[in-house]
Design a protein around this ligand. Structure first.
Ligand SMILES: [Zn+2]
Length: 431
């Protein structure tokens, strides 16, 4: 292990040679890993072999990441269906069942195999990038029951860095506060909302969060992390909080570094952003579905559709890591609407609204005129704007910035948008 200043939580890498690979080297590295897992999975995973056979492909047809688009995407619903027919893992496993140590159960139900020697890098890279260091005492408040996250992934990842884990799981907030205090815990793993509960409980118990507790770093996942909540928690505890993203099936797919600049894709995954309708990869800057390929031989999921929407960026990150990043998770595919060839999502509507405090209510209406899509933001203002034309222009600029589509901002009288109205109403008809 490289010598590291134990007090420096803001620089360094868990796996420097991987994390700082130059672009061309990364491309070659991923292509080589991809060829390896495709060959392995074709030989050892019934479900993957069936999938390739169904489109008359052989492993030799998949040489580079660009070839991936030939392979049909496996959706969560497909996984559930195939697991029902062929329990527990639907033939997706790449080793004999006797070599599996645990069977985890996620909502669906979906079963996930747990291997003996967990070596998936992503979450550990995320913790390291968030400032976790060897010797840290970390409380793991994710649920240890049924689902694989706390036990299989977080626990093992903390161990990979050299942290000491306290496996508390969820709940028992008062006891958790006492553990934080008595054991001088300096690292937190859990959901942002649970960290907030801990803060509130500790304050109720009369503790000074900065003086009586020692939390320095936090690794959060499994929930959206609004910036307002992050800064509130960071301020309260005097700690740094970074988030990661992934799924129970394919594990970590993105982690924030100290620069808080989107989520770096771990080096042992391939993440594509694709058009959810066609499965075709989209370039950086376009919103689409997150589709993941892992190199995990125990459970080699290749082109797994997460159902989550995100945008990819390849602009360099000042932290020195060279992997592309997911800008953020925008929401679920099934809530998105395609307009002028691009997907827009309720989360983006909220983002536009947030930029303009004058807006009381907003609804997007998508219509079609002369064979063209039109997008209108119907807006109720809190009070009449002194310069409506100027505000209209500003909002239309925000719409363009956020959605990458031209849309009209139209002010409507209060009460026009009914309670419980859909945030995006698609009024297009197709004959
Ligand atoms: Zn970075």
């Amino acid at each position: 292990m490289p010598k590291q200043d134990p007090t420096d939580r803001t620089s360094g890498y868990l796996k420097k040679n991987l994390e700082t690979m130059p672009h061309q080297k990364r491309v070659e590295y991923l292509n080589q890993k991809l060829r390896g897992i495709v060959q392995y999975a074709y030989k050892n995973s019934v479900a993957f072999r069936n999938k390739l056979d169904s489109v008359s492909l052989k492993p030799k047809d998949i040489q580079t990441v660009q070839d991936l688009e030939k392979i049909p995407i496996t959706k969560k619903a497909d996984l559930i269906e195939l697991q029902k027919k062929n329990p527990p893992f639907g033939g997706f496993e790449g080793v004999p069942i006797t070599e599996i140590r645990r069977i985890f159960i996620s909502p669906g139900p979906i079963y996930e195999p747990g291997e003996n020697d967990y070596n998936d890098l992503g979450w550990a890279q995320g913790m390291y990038a968030a400032g976790f260091r060897a010797g840290d005492i970390a409380i793991n408040t994710f649920s240890y029951h049924m689902v694989p996250f706390a036990l299989q992934m977080v626990d093992n990842s903390l161990h990979m860095i050299g942290c000491i884990t306290i496996p508390t799981g969820v709940g028992n907030t008062e006891q958790q506060v006492n553990i934080l205090k008595n054991l001088k815990v300096n690292a937190f793993c859990g959901t942002p909302s649970f960290l907030l509960s801990i803060a509130e409980k500790a304050e109720e118990m009369g503790l000074d969060l900065r003086k009586d507790l020692c939390l320095r770093v936090g690794f959060v996942a499994a929930e959206m992390l609004p910036e307002s909540l992050r800064s509130k928690l960071e301020e309260k505890f005097g700690m740094t909080i970074r988030q990661s993203y992934g799924t129970a099936d394919v594990r970590c797919l993105g982690y924030e570094c100290i620069r808080k600049n989107g989520m770096h894709i771990p080096d042992d995954k391939i993440v594509e952003i694709v058009d959810p309708e066609t499965g075709k990869p989209l370039g950086p800057g376009r919103m689409g579905e997150v589709v993941a390929t892992t190199f995990n031989k125990v459970y080699p999921l290749i082109r797994f559709g997460t159902g989550d929407l995100s945008i990819l960026t390849e602009t360099p990150c000042p932290c020195g890591r060279t992997s592309p990043r997911l800008i953020k998770i925008m929401g679920r595919v099934d809530q998105a609407t395609k307009v002028k060839g691009l997907f827009i999502h309720p989360g983006q509507v909220d983002e536009v609204v947030l930029k303009h405090p004058q807006i009381e209510k907003c609804q997007v209406v998508v219509t079609r005129r002369a064979e063209k899509d039109e997008m209108t933001f119907r807006i109720e203002l809190k009070e009449e704007a002194p310069q409506p034309e100027k505000l209209k222009e500003e909002i239309e600029k925000s719409i363009r910035d956020v959605t990458k589509i031209r849309g009209e901002a139209r002010f409507v009288p209060k009460g026009t948008i009914r309670e419980g109205a859909k945030k995006i109403e698609d009024q297009r008809t197709w004959e």
